[in-house]
Design a protein around this ligand. Structure first.
Ligand SMILES: Cc1cc2nc3c(=O)[nH]c(=O)nc-3n(C[C@H](O)[C@H](O)[C@H](O)COP(=O)(O)OP(=O)(O)OC[C@H]3O[C@@H](n4cnc5c(N)ncnc54)[C@H](O)[C@@H]3O)c2cc1C
Length: 482
């Protein structure tokens, strides 16, 4: 029940958010703000307004508010997707893990600094030699009497050359099954050895880095899980946050595409009058509705401050569905802008950057193909007998989504091959999307109209039918692929 103090807290959060929104809208709109490494002076201006406080506990100067962080990321993504990504990494990937797993001494040292200085923190997991298979990482830690020696190489980290602090994953040099997570200052032994020229997300710098550091004992995060389970929890935070970015980003893409089609002359009228263009706008509307529904789930049914392992299923489903829809939306935006959409800094649209910035979302933070496979494997395991359809029809997180499908889904029970599992995972992510749509429709707060709900349901059903049709292709033996 809402009390006086929760209402005051909500009001305070709303005011804070609207101040932040105005600041971003006026000064950091990606349509006008330079597409370069985000200047630290500007990060300082945003930090002064408390941008980083929602993942810092109150005793260290923060606000520690999950819903607020969800709103911040969604709001920023509406105006500047790379800046939303920037903010998400520092808060949900770096600070969340320090706040959640750090000792008092570590939190005192790091979080108090982040609450008052415009610092940047990164998350170092991926390595040049191991790709998606994290168990093969080569960065090691060696325990000494007074601390840990860390050695290895990482690549593709956001802020590779500029982060002040890092959370780094490493493997025990004496036990390949034991992983540890350490908080390291850049000056303690993180050095950039090669700069990468990324295609998009220019606000963030990337590269390959060497680690040769010594950290005191209290800088090891207190995780008690075995193997890479803690990394899974840490990644669930960023994967869940993808729908906040998707919801903000797609709402902008939709608005700009609509504006463009209404102003672009075509024959005696405008582009918007063309039937197929209207259909494409329906698709963008569906993507906006779907990602909003995922966002409502994130905001009210999960909590960045808690352990997120129980949300493993949703984290994978959200990452896959939200980012597939981002990329699909950006491609359609660009298509509808015609040649002008292929121009950087076109005066009539932002489609080129929308596409370049969103392209990588289906690749990073666990490639969508792998996450889809994991979704199917999760369901096979949970079903006990391999009857995935029955499992999904009874599972709390999908049973209402299943009601929105009125065709045969038995393909979901075929999970013998890796490719079947990837494709089934794609379908399962859509079923979760249907469930979120249903839940958001029934929420007290209105998030979209009933017509938008029906439209989104139809598009997700179409996605599922298309994937089912594609599984037919798996049965065909094609020599070219052997
Ligand atoms: C812009 C950017 C930012 C990043 N930020 C960070 C960061 O801050 N911190 C960090 O630690 N890492 C970061 N990464 C690394 C990122 O998480 C990895 O690139 C990603 O997980 C994929 O790993 P990989 O590049 O080694 O691809 P690979 O593992 O080599 O995979 C390549 C491709 O193979 C296919 N594939 C792989 N596995 C499967 C499967 N099981 N089923 C079907 N197909 C499959 C997919 O198409 C996949 O995209 C970033 C990467 C980029 C590009």
């Amino acid at each position: 029940m809402e009390t006086k103090s929760t209402r005051a807290k909500t009001d305070e959060s709303k005011t804070y958010l609207s101040v932040l929104e105005n600041l971003i809208k006026e000064n950091y709109n990606s349509a006008t703000f330079p597409n370069v490494s985000f200047p630290r002076d500007d990060w300082a201006k945003l930090s002064e307004k408390g941008l980083m406080l929602s993942m810092i506990q109150k005793e260290f100067g923060g606000r520690y508010n999950h819903e607020e962080l969800c709103d911040i990321i969604e709001t920023i993504a509406k105006y500047n997707l790379p800046l939303a990504m920037y903010t998400m990494i520092v808060t949900a990937l770096f600070m969340r893990n320090v706040a959640k797993y750090g000792s008092e001494e570590l939190k005192q040292e790091v979080l108090t600094k982040f609450s008052s200085e415009p610092l940047v923190g990164g998350f170092g997991l991926t390595e040049p030699s191991c790709g998606s298979n994290m168990a093969r990482m080569k960065t090691t830690f060696e325990e000494k009497e007074d601390g840990y020696v860390l050695r290895g190489e990482k690549h593709w980290q956001a802020f590779s050359g500029t982060a002040d602090w890092w959370v780094i994953a490493a493997k025990n040099s004496k036990n390949a099954k034991d992983f540890g997570y350490f908080v390291v200052k850049r000056c303690e032994g993180w050095s950039l050895v090669e700069k990468y020229d990324a295609l998009g997300l220019k606000a963030i710098d990337y590269g390959r880095s060497k680690i040769d550091a010594f950290v005191p004992k209290y800088r090891r995060l207190n995780v008690t899980y075995e193997g890479l389970t803690a990394a899974v929890d840490m990644l669930c935070g960023s994967r869940l946050s993808m729908c906040a970015m998707a919801s903000g980003f797609i709402s902008r893409v939709y608005a700009e595409t609509k504006e463009r089609t209404k102003t672009r002359n075509m024959g005696n009228g405008v582009l918007f009058d063309v039937g197929y263009v209207k259909y494409k706008l329906k698709l963008l509307t569906a993507n906006k509705t779907i990602t909003k529904a995922l966002f409502v789930y994130l905001k009210y049914k999960t909590d960045f401050r808690a352990v997120l392992l129980d949300h493993f299923f949703e984290a994978q489903a959200i990452k896959v569905l939200a980012t597939d829809k981002m990329l699909e939306s950006a491609l359609n935006y660009q298509q509808l802008c015609g040649g002008e959409g292929y121009r950087r800094d076109s005066p009539s649209n932002n489609a080129a950057y929308a596409l370049l910035d969103s392209r990588v979302y289906t690749i990073f933070d666990g490639t969508n193909d792998l996450l889809s496979q994991q979704l199917a494997e999760f369901c096979v395991k949970e079903s006990k007998d391999g009857d995935v359809v029955k499992f999904l029809s009874e599972f709390e997180k999908t049973k209402n989504g299943m009601i929105q499908i009125n065709f045969d889904l038995s393909v979901l029970n075929n999970n013998d091959t890796q490719e079947e599992r990837v494709m089934n995972g794609q379908i399962i992510s859509r079923i979760f999307g249907l469930q979120c749509l249903e839940e958001a429709l029934e929420a007290t707060e209105k998030h979209f109209e009933y017509g938008d709900f029906r439209n989104a349901v139809l598009f997700l059903n179409a996605d599922i039918k298309k994937t089912i049709a594609e599984t037919e292709i798996l049965k065909n033996n094609c020599l070219a692929c052997m």
